[in-house]
Design a protein around this ligand. Sequence first.
Ligand SMILES: *Cc1c(COP(=O)(O)O)cnc(C)c1O
Length: 412
Amino acid sequence: MAREPESGPHYWPPGLERDDHGELRIAGQPVHVLAAEYGTPLYAYDAEHAGERIQALRSQLPADIRLHYAVKANPNSQLLHRLAPWLDGMDVASAGELLRAQQAGIPARDISMAGPGKTDTDLQAALDAGCVIGVESFGQLHRIADQARDQGHRAPISIRINPDFRLKSSGMHMGGGSSPFGVDAESVPELLEEARHLPVYIVGFQVYAGSQNLQADAIVDAQARSLSLVLELCPPSIIPEFVNLGGGFGIPYFPGDRPLEIEPVAAGLAALQEQLHARWPETRLVLELGRYLVGESGVYLTRVVDRKVSRGETFLVTDGGMNHHLAASGNLGQVVRRNFPVALATRLDSPETETVSIVGPLCTPLDRLAERVRMPHAEPGDLIAIFQSGAYGLTASPVAFLDHPLPAEVVL
Ligand SMILES: *Cc1c(COP(=O)(O)O)cnc(C)c1O
């Protein structure tokens, strides 16, 4: 099948506000005002929008499903603080993220720490805090146990299972086959047997099968298989407090992408919850989501510093690029480079009169924010908005590359 042309329709985030002159507003504020106040480049996050997104999701899901936020998607402290009241917990992957989650007001027992390379410092911080530590290997189990023994208490752990299947049509596979993440399903009985003799207690299981999926049926299928795996592997002596089914809920980034339908996922979860409660009436299902909760609530704003034509191709050169927004440049896990939704932020309604490529300031051909997009005529000084930028933006980018200043981040 032919690939969608880059000029094909992009999904526009709902709630996109524009004033009568076609200028983009973020949380009610015109972008030229934000740019004047905070400078460019700038990440602007609409926390209210993210809060509404979480509430909307929750209203569709069966009651009792616990919603966790994966901090790595966007660890901005102010944002975490604003989101915390809407969440049941946070998932962290370092001592630094743990601290941020705690400072946002999440109780330690509602935080779990994942990551294949937890250092002794990470483990120490997790034990001191009392958060749940996700076990990803035999070695990690023993290091957790050693530290817990030194401290004279038992560590709450969950077992991350590396499933023997994958989340189909996923942007990123994180399970199936050999993996640095989690304990291979077939080795879990042996790990549980070892854990019986160690100063740890098992509070949950986690299966994470993939990320950035827009197909409800694939998610439903992976979640059903994940729960079956846990039910099969968990011995009668253990009653877990939770089963974390991962997430993988994607958002539409590229031309032709359509938003994930939540209804079938919710129906699937209702059935799984019933199956779960037939065996363990008190055990809760957990979803851990990152980009789905915050991705659509962030905009990256960058200013045009030059306009040039090179052998027929028009380039807009901006003050920010892949050093701040690696994902939009196509260098964060994309196989074929495709454009994020971009717009001339002060003239959203103007006719698209030309085809341009938008490139950042770095001296590398990788620094492309948009290739051959239709836009109204833009000049130096104009503001470009890149949407769907609330997740895996600044902190997932090589900010020190070429030593430009960090962009401001503003939580509105
Ligand atoms: C990254 C990650 C997430 C969040 O992924 P999204 O695609 O942002 O929802 C959730 N759980 C684990 C274990 C992760 O590594």
